[in-house]
Design a protein around this ligand. Structure first.
Ligand code: BES
Ligand code: ZN
Ligand code: ZN
Length: 466
């Protein structure tokens, strides 16, 4: 949590973010400290710190590159003792807030499954900020960070805890807290609605699927028709009968609901921030397993909108459940449908874990605005072509579509498969790369990253209906 204050308390650990004037104000009178600061300012160093007794003094030179500032925040978190229970940041500009954001995002820990969690926990709970900041900007930042924390935790939770039903419950709790509506369809309702893709993927599981519908509607929304956010909620992806190998593949697949965490987290943040955009969220959720009644390669599945799909690989399950959800979105006559999904390993071939893959048939303005937001928050989006030529690759000889599109352009053909179900302007974000880190990655964390939320919050805050 970031909290605005007017004073630096005695004995506080302090971060000074030095503006163009290169002057640390409110520096306590301590032996050697002002010399240290003078030397730092004169040096080429971008940041440095001094530990005096038990007190930390961090110094960061402002930089227009906000990512550098977030990384400086991460460095501060790693340098600060885990047991340090206070930190006050002094600064006045956007750069200082980015340092604060970097510290706050780096302060996340997932300790639930450690026997000695308390010993490992950072003592720092609140980052105090002294500076001329708009309290609304600070509270929005806090809300967004809270949503990112939530999404990371969801991704980090194993399937033994986070079943489809549990994920739905967690989203219901968000709705209660932040004041948006949540309705959870159970297996019987999903069957009545004939969501054939979600039912097919769930057939190998002993845990029922869920379909969660969120609605955040402000009093005077700027959009007359909602923006629908769809998130892939595969709580565990074994691949099904087309079973995945274990190392660096199935062993990572608790993260296959990263799209769901992103979209529910975005609506959570939007509701807490009292965004003026009317949003609907749709989360189809299930695990994908090779149980006795599992759907098979060769099956033909009839989707929610009547489209038939020849299943040629049960590991291409994301598009089966998302096809139903996107078709379901059409009833809202939305202004825009956006999905986020850990959809293809091929997305990692495109951009590794450095960027998510963006594509769609929405206007160039919408796509450009998303790219811009991704840059601003450093969750970069690589815009891929989305030509109709790629549709050919998902045509089946015995059904309307097949669920794999061959070796080439796998990320795009998966997007083209999904586009088939959208009757309104559509955007697809394949977050398979950045959603989960196998090794610690700066303030983005280790494990679930919560990627996409900061981008979408930024995008929605500047959103203009078409
Ligand atoms: N969940 C995976 C995609 C994935 C892979 C996400 C690696 C994160 C890291 C998805 O369900 C999948 O298995 N896709 C297949 C599709 C293929 C069978 C057409 C893939 O990418 O191999
Ligand atoms: Zn899969
Ligand atoms: Zn998957």
């Amino acid at each position: 949590m970031i909290q605005l204050v007017n004073e630096i308390q005695a004995q506080a650990n302090v971060v000074y973010v030095l503006g163009a004037e290169q002057k640390a104000t409110d520096l306590p009178k301590m032996e050697g400290l002002s010399t240290f600061v003078e030397e730092f300012i004169a040096s080429k160093k971008e940041s440095d710190f001094a530990k005096m007794g038990s007190r930390y003094f961090f110094f960061v030179k402002e930089n227009a590159d906000l990512e550098k500032m977030r990384l400086a925040g991460y460095a501060i978190r790693t340098q600060l003792d885990a047991k340090a229970d206070n930190l006050t940041l002094v600064g006045n500009h956007a750069a200082a807030l980015a340092v604060a954001e970097g510290i706050a995002l780096s302060n996340y820990q997932f300790l639930k499954y450690f026997k000695e969690a308390e010993e490992k926990a950072f003592a720092l709970k609140t980052l105090l900020v002294k500076g001329a900041f708009d309290p609304k900007v600070i509270s929005d930042l806090n809300n967004t960070i809270k949503a990112v924390y939530w999404a990371r935790t969801m991704v980090n939770e194993p399937v033994s805890f986070l079943t489809a039903e549990q994920l739905a419950k967690e989203i219901q709790a968000l709705g209660k807290e932040a004041g948006f509506e949540v309705k959870v369809l159970d297996k019987a309702q999903i069957e009545t609605l004939k969501m054939g893709g979600l039912i097919a993927v769930n057939k190998g599981s002993i845990d029922p699927p869920t379909f969660t519908i969120m609605e955040y509607k402000p009093e005077n929304p700027i959009n007359s028709k909602p923006v629908v956010l769809v998130g892939k909620g595969v709580v565990y992806d074994t691949g099904g009968l087309s079973l995945k190998p274990t190392p660096s593949s199935m062993d990572l697949m608790k993260s296959d609901m990263g799209g769901a965490a992103c979209m529910a987290g975005t609506i959570y943040a939007a509701a807490l921030n009292k965004s003026d955009v009317h949003l609907i969220g749709l989360i189809p959720a299930t695990d994908n397993r090779p149980g006795q009644n599992a759907y098979t390669p060769g099956d033909v599945v009839t989707m929610y909108d009547g489209t038939t799909v020849e299943v040629l690989n049960t590991d291409a399950e994301g598009r089966m459940i998302l096809g139903d959800a996107i078709a379901y979105a059409n009833q809202y006559e939305p202004e825009l449908i956006i999905d986020a999904a850990t959809l293809t390993g091929a997305a990692l071939m495109v951009a590794g874990d450095r960027a998510s893959c963006l594509m769609g048939n929405a206007s160039d303005d919408v796509l450009a605005a998303l790219v811009k937001s991704g840059f601003a928050v450093h969750e970069r989006l690589a815009l891929l072509p989305f030509w109709d030529d790629y549709k050919e690759q998902v045509k089946s000889s015995i059904a309307d579509l097949k669920n794999i599109g061959g070796r080439n352009a796998g990320t795009i053909t998966a997007g083209k498969f999904l586009e088939h179900f959208a009757k309104y302007p559509y955007v697809h974000i394949d977050i398979a790369g950045p959603a989960f880190t196998e090794a610690p990655q700066n303030y983005k964390g280790h494990g679930g990253t919560g990627t996409g939320i900061r981008t979408l919050v930024h995008f929605l805050s500047a959103y203009k209906p078409a």
